[in-house]
Design a protein around this ligand. Structure first.
Ligand SMILES: Nc1ncnc2c1ncn2[C@@H]1O[C@H](COP(=O)(O)OP(=O)(O)O)[C@@H](O)[C@H]1O
Ligand SMILES: [Mg+2]
Length: 494
């Protein structure tokens, strides 16, 4: 078992950074083994070493008891190790069948044996239960389907181990579910899977063993059952998490935001709910269920919206973002690069954008006040940048998101709406963003959170409203909510 795949003292240096530092790892045959760690921890580098894409500076790999040296991915594939990776998708311009026979195209005399090629390609797809048009150009297919073709190709070539590097990063919910089922199936067929992902729920759903990397070093390898969410995050970020249970003890106060019969033709209708001070309300639903659209309408961004929105009992005019901001509603949009931040501006300038009028006296901004406010939140949110004069565009996703949050903290908003607040953000920053949101609620603000990650909703929200087809189809208090119930409501499948 432990003889299956063993890495000893693997070290890989790049100019100025040791991407892998003496990593010792044993992977058991037939396991689904997670590689976790923050951005830059070395996960992809380790995966690339295992599949021959890069060569380590030091260290040895033994596979099935033999020392191996992979000079390129072809060597690894011949030995039985393949990789599933978006950057490695095969030839976009070739058909599915051509891709699946790449490197070993059957010939009849000088001609490609089309029938034999199709037969082999079909067999490869059948083996993993994938239904794909053999003649389709690979590049014209959705990423999820391209991935299936890649997996089929690797399995057909006799892969004994497959490395998945963040395979769900551009898949939908249903596509991800299909991939998980396939990984379960591969596992029961004895194919070993190495699975790199940031997403905690995927790891606990799929993996039996978890390896945590931090700054190129292996921190721990343990059975998944010996980790829980907090201990895993702590291992990844190298410090204890601050107590995250802030909401459970919160006494919800007065109604802060009230939404009555909000509708927008073709997007949503009959939307009715309220959020109290000190309360986090989560919005669950599949992509397209109307969650983002509802937040946008409350924030004044939907010119067709009708209905009644009030803040602390006072009606808010719809379709007026300036009024929403002056009534202290904040919004952290799903696409922070397009709507949340001005990437070309400094961190400081971004932070104080919505409150410039408040900071201004006699028409000009008081530079010292702006600086002080921006610095306060720059420090409080532990934004990782040389200084707040750095450009927002150069920050990592997690730090950009912190700047957007800093902006609304500086604006002292009463109702904060956050849309997928931790999408594409690494675990450390994610834990910090959760901490920040819970601090905001503990200070008596109301928070509305949209997230496609159910564990995030279950963790953060006091109540969860479920959207389907533009309507609220259910409401669950956290104490009564679990993933299964939410998924049933979200999909409408009893
Ligand atoms: N080709 C490369 N050239 C220079 N540095 C690299 C290269 N690939 C990775 N690194 C660095 O090595 C470290 C580990 O990167 P990576 O393995 O991609 O991390 P992860 O996948 O965990 O996010 C990072 O500091 C990254 O910047
Ligand atoms: Mg990576």
């Amino acid at each position: 078992m432990s003889n299956f795949l063993r890495l000893s003292n693997i070290t890989k240096r790049y100019p100025g950074v040791t991407a892998l530092d003496g990593v010792d790892l044993e992977v058991g045959q037939g396991s689904v083994h997670a590689l976790m760690g923050e951005n830059g921890a070395g996960k992809s580098t380790l995966g690339k070493v295992m599949c021959g894409l890069i060569q380590p500076d030091e260290g040895r790999i033994t596979f099935e008891g033999q020392e191996v040296r992979f000079h390129d991915p072809g060597d690894a594939v011949r030995a039985g190790i393949g990789m599933v990776h978006q950057e490695l998708l095969f030839c976009e311009n070739l058909s599915v069948a051509e891709n699946l026979c790449l490197g070993d195209t059957p010939h009849k005399g000088p001609f490609v044996d089309q029938a034999e090629m199709n037969r082999r390609a079909q067999a490869a797809l059948d083996r993993i239960g994938a239904q794909v048009d053999l003649n389709a150009r690979l590049g014209s297919l959705p990423i999820a389907v391209q991935q299936m073709v890649q997996i089929a190709g690797a399995v057909a070539k006799g892969a004994k181990a497959l490395i998945f590097d963040e395979p769900t990063s551009s898949l939908s919910f249903t596509e991800s579910e299909r991939l998980f089922e396939l990984i379960d199936q591969l596992k029961s067929d004895g194919v070993t899977c190495l699975y790199v992902s940031h997403r905690m729920n995927e790891i606990f759903r799929l993996c039996d063993t978890i390896t945590v990397l931090r700054d190129g070093e292996l921190v721990a390898t343990k059975p998944a059952s010996e980790f829980d969410h907090d201990s895993l995050v702590s291992a990844m970020i190298g410090r204890e998490l601050e107590q995250l249970d802030a909401t459970s003890g919160n006494q919800a106060g007065q109604v802060a935001l009230s939404v009555r019969d909000l509708r927008s033709p073709g997007k949503f209708e009959g939307v009715h709910f309220e959020v109290r001070q000190g309360e986090v309300v989560g919005l669950a639903g599949l992509v397209g269920a109307g969650r983002t659209e509802v937040l946008e309408a409350i924030f004044g961004l939907d010119s067709a919206a009708t209905g009644d929105v009030s803040i602390h009992g006072q009606t808010l005019p719809l379709r007026r973002t300036d009024r929403a901001i002056s009534r202290r509603i904040g919004m952290v949009p799903e696409d922070r690069k397009r709507h949340g931040l001005v990437l070309g501006m400094k961190i400081r300038e971004n932070e104080t954008l919505p409150i410039l009028t408040r900071l201004a006296r006699l028409g000009f901004v008081q530079a010292a006040r702006e600086r002080a406010t921006a610095q306060t939140y720059f420090e409080r949110l532990r934004i990782k940048a040389p200084s707040m004069e750095s450009s927002a565009g150069g920050l990592s996703g997690g730090n950009q998101q912190k700047v957007v949050l800093a902006k609304w903290l500086a604006a002292e908003c009463d109702v904060l709406m956050v849309d997928e607040p931790t999408r594409g953000v690494d675990v450390g920053a994610k834990a910090e963003i959760h901490e920040i949101l819970l601090e905001i609620v503990a200070a008596g603000k109301a928070v509305l959170i949209v997230s496609s990650e159910l564990p995030e909703l279950l963790r953060m929200a006091d109540r969860i409203l479920v959207f389907r087809g533009g309507r609220i189809v259910g409401e669950l208090p956290r104490s009564d909510a679990d993933e299964e119930k939410l998924i049933r409501l979200m999909t409408g499948v009893a």
